[in-house]
Design a protein around this ligand. Structure first.
Ligand code: P6P
Length: 335
C-alpha cells in the first residue's frame, strides 16, 4: 500500500518504471499537467473576485458560449504542454481542430498527444459549483518526426497510456492512472504541493446513487426510462438516491468513492448523447476500469469504440460495475 502524504513528485519518480518504454517523458508530461492544474486552480478559486466570469463572447465548436475561464484554462494547459518538448499535438474541446507542436530540437522527437477538456462543467462556474479538467494521453501512431496527423488522435481508448482529471472542488485533487490503478492527490494550496490522499482508488462493486438529468426523461430511450424506474422502486436496497451535479468530474468522483452510476444517454434531442468520446468518455472510462468499474455506451465498451471524428459524442454509462451491467440489461431488451 502506498504511503499517504507522499507528494505527487515523489510518487511519479517512484513509479517511473511503470511508464512502459518511458524515457521519463511521460513523467515530465504528468508534471506539466500538475503545474497547469495549479495555475488553473488559482484562477478558478478567485473567479468571483476578478470579474472573469461570464461568456467571452465567443462560442466553441460545440455551439456553447465560452466562459472566460474556459478560454483561460485552455490557454494555460496549451502553454504548459507546448513548452516541454514532450508533446507533438494537442486536441481540446475548445479548439475546432488539433494543434501541431513542432519540436524546437530536431533530436527531440516528441511522441505523445494529449486530448483535453480544459474546464468541464464550466456552466457551473457562475454558481460556484465544482468544475474539472479532463485529460487523455496517447503515444502517437504516425512516424516520429513526421507532422502529427488526425490519425494520432482518433485512437480507441484502449490505447491510452495515461488519463486523469483535476477536480476544483472543496479541495483541489488530481486523480490519474497510467494503467496501474488510480491514485488521487490533494493540493495543499498553502504550499502548492499535491499529496497522495487517495491511494489505489476503487469503484465499489455496486452502489445506491444514480446520476442522470431526469429533466430529459421523456426524451430517453425506453431502456433508460425502465432503469430509472428500477432505481426508484421500493424493493430490496432501493429506491436509490438521485445525485446529479451537472459536472461530470464531480459526479464521477463522488460515485467512485461512494458507489454509483452516471448516465448521459442518447435521446430524441441528442442522438449520440452530449459527452465527447475523445476527451471526456475515454479518459473517464479508462479511470473507471482501472478502478474496477465499467463504462459503455449502453451496449459497447467505451474503450473499444473506434473514433471517427475529433469531437464526436457517445452515450455514456459509467460507474460501479454491477450498476452499469444492470442498466445495460435494460438497454438490451430494446436493442
Ligand atoms: P446537462 C458539462 O457541460 C457536461 O459536459 C458534463 O460535465 C455534465 O455531466 C453534463 O454536461 C451536464 O449536461 O445536459 O445535464 O446540463
Amino acid at each position: 500500500m502506498q504511503r499517504k502524504n507522499k507528494t505527487l513528485g515523489e510518487f511519479i519518480i517512484e513509479n517511473q518504471q511503470e511508464f512502459q518504454y518511458s524515457t521519463g517523458e511521460l513523467s515530465k508530461l504528468i508534471n506539466a499537467i500538475r503545474l497547469a492544474a495549479k495555475v488553473v486552480n488559482h484562477e478558478v478559486n478567485k473567479a468571483g473576485l476578478v470579474d472573469i466570469l461570464g461568456a467571452a463572447g465567443e462560442t466553441n465548436i460545440q455551439g456553447e458560449s465560452q466562459q472566460k475561464l474556459d478560454v483561460l484554462a485552455n490557454e494555460k494547459f496549451k502553454q504548459t504542454l507546448q513548452n516541454r518538448e514532450i508533446v507533438c499535438g494537442i486536441a481540446s474541446e475548445e479548439e475546432d481542430d488539433f494543434i501541431t507542436i513542432n519540436s524546437q530540437d530536431e533530436q527531440h522527437q516528441n511522441k505523445y498527444v494529449v486530448l483535453i477538456d480544459p474546464l468541464d462543467g464550466s456552466s457551473n462556474i457562475d454558481v460556484n459549483v465544482s468544475v474539472g479538467t479532463i485529460f487523455s494521453i496517447y503515444r502517437r501512431v504516425t512516424p516520429i518526426g513526421s507532422p502529427v496527423s488526425l490519425e494520432d488522435f482518433l485512437q480507441p481508448g484502449v490505447n491510452q497510456v495515461a488519463a486523469g482529471y483535476i477536480i476544483y472542488g472543496t479541495s483541489t485533487m488530481l486523480v490519474y492512472t497510467t494503467g496501474h490503478g488510480v491514485n488521487g492527490f490533494t493540493l495543499n494550496p498553502a504550499i502548492g504541493t499535491f499529496y497522495l490522499s487517495h491511494p489505489n482508488m476503487q469503484f465499489p462493486e455496486t452502489g445506491r446513487i444514480y446520476s442522470v438529468n431526469e429533466g430529459n426523461y421523456t426524451h430517453f430511450p425506453q431502456g433508460v426510462k425502465d432503469y430509472i424506474k428500477y432505481c426508484q422502486k421500493e424493493e430490496d436496497d432501493r429506491p436509490y438516491t438521485s445525485r446529479y451535479i451537472g459536472s461530470l468530474v464531480s459526479d464521477f468522483h463522488r460515485n467512485m468513492i461512494k458507489g454509483g452510476i452516471y448516465i448521459y444517454p442518447k435521446s430524441s434531442t441528442a442522438f449520440n448523447g452530449k459527452l465527447r468520446l475523445l476527451y471526456e468518455c475515454n479518459p473517464m472510462a479508462y479511470l473507471a476500469e482501472q478502478a474496477g468499474g465499467r463504462a459503455s455506451d449502453g451496449y459497447r465498451r467505451i474503450l473499444e469504440i473506434t473514433p471517427t471524428e475529433l469531437h464526436q459524442r457517445v452515450p455514456f454509462f459509467c460507474g460501479s460495475r454491477k450498476m452499469v451491467e444492470k442498466a445495460e440489461s435494460f438497454m438490451a431488451q430494446y436493442a
